[in-house]
Design a protein around this ligand. Structure first.
Ligand SMILES: Nc1nc2c(ncn2[C@@H]2O[C@H](COP(=O)(O)OP(=O)(O)OP(=O)(O)O)[C@@H](O)[C@H]2O)c(=O)[nH]1
Length: 304
């Protein structure tokens, strides 16, 4: 009996690779049909590997949402990049997402060079087709395929959902036969704690777009289920400077209150229980170079 007949189901991993802002989080949310990965206009928001799990027919597709791959400078950035490539190497398929409006730039070139060495099936996905004319799309597809032969090319709008189902069906067909690794109703294996931290981080970004650099992080320090069915959740927002702390707190605590209210609503919806959220702001100047933080984020501490 061969593997094809032994299992009726399929199950595998798809690594989503792309430059920052290519639309990876948006696509994963579309594919999974639920909010599992934060989406932001700010570059480089994805800090940890968040998996979304999609079901298509008899296939379970586990998406690895890789941190944006870009030229790393600081240690934290390098850790993110090596973690992303590690994910690609283990996957059954790699989907390269390219912002069609931006086209091929240095970042995409760098990704192509490394992608050539990855053994998994490679799929090209041109995203944001709602923003460009068809001739440019065809030109871009030809150019990229000339640089690296892709098994298939898709053209989608992750934002509008165009072409997403076809992509999902094709990815499902690429998954190896095997039993499902997750129960059917599970959409993400990101623990609730880290999902809650991502939600709060998103709320900070929404409010403090330009005032706060992305060097801030949120940690869920406590998630305690109470006897009445509610949860007490304590989170610390770490910033790098005293001045940033003032910005996050805002005048008379107004900003942090707004962040907390918005985050609490969304965390409650994700947890399906009443949540009492307590936010703290702390200055931790050197957090991007602290190995402990890497492990918490599921990243490897870079050796060099
Ligand atoms: N017009 C248009 N915008 C899109 C599309 N897909 C994503 N976007 C926008 O592109 C921006 C970046 O999307 P994200 O999903 O956060 O990108 P990402 O690749 O996950 O970004 P990082 O986490 O920084 O690596 C957001 O403003 C999205 O709304 C699309 O199909 N069309």
């Amino acid at each position: 009996m061969n593997a094809e007949t032994e299992f009726e189901t399929r199950c595998g991993f798809v690594a989503l690779i792309g430059a920052p802002n290519a639309g990876k989080s948006t696509l994963i949310n579309q594919l999974v049909g639920a909010k599992v990965s934060i989406v932001s206009r700010k570059v480089q928001t994805t800090r940890s590997l968040v998996r979304g799990i999609a079901i298509e027919g008899k296939a379970q597709i586990i998406f690895v949402d890789t941190p944006g791959i870009f030229a790393p400078k600081r240690r934290l950035d390098r850790a993110m990049v090596s973690s992303a490539w590690g994910g690609a190497g283990d996957a059954d398929a790699v989907a390269l997402l390219v912002d069609a409006r931006k086209g091929v730039d240095e970042e995409v070139e760098a990704i192509l060079a490394r992608l050539g060495q990855v053994g998994a099936a490679k799929i090209l996905v041109l995203n944001k087709i709602d923003t460009v004319e068809p001739p440019r799309l065809l030109e871009l597809a030809a150019k990229l395929n000339a640089e690296l032969p892709f098994a298939e090319t898709f053209m989608i709008s992750a934002l509008r959902g165009h072409g997403v189902l076809k992509l999902k069906q094709q990815l499902a067909a690429l998954m190896p036969p095997g039993p499902w690794l997750y129960p059917e109703d599970q959409i993400s294996d990101a623990p609730l704690r880290s999902l809650a931290a991502e939600i709060t981080r998103e709320k900070i970004f929404e409010r403090l777009h330009d005032e706060l650099p992305y060097q801030s992080t949120v940690e869920t320090e406590l998630w305690k289920d109470m006897p009445d069915g509610s949860a007490r959740v304590e989170q610390t927002i770490y910033v790098m400077r005293e001045g940033h702390k003032k910005i996050v707190i805002g005048e008379g605590g107004r900003t942090i209150k707004a962040i907390g209210t918005a985050a609490r609503k969304e965390i409650m919806a994700a947890a399906e229980q009443t949540v009492h959220l307590f936010l703290f702001v702390k200055v931790r100047e050197n957090w991007p170079d602290d190995p402990e933080r890497y492990r918490e984020m599921g990243l490897e501490f870079p050796k060099n």
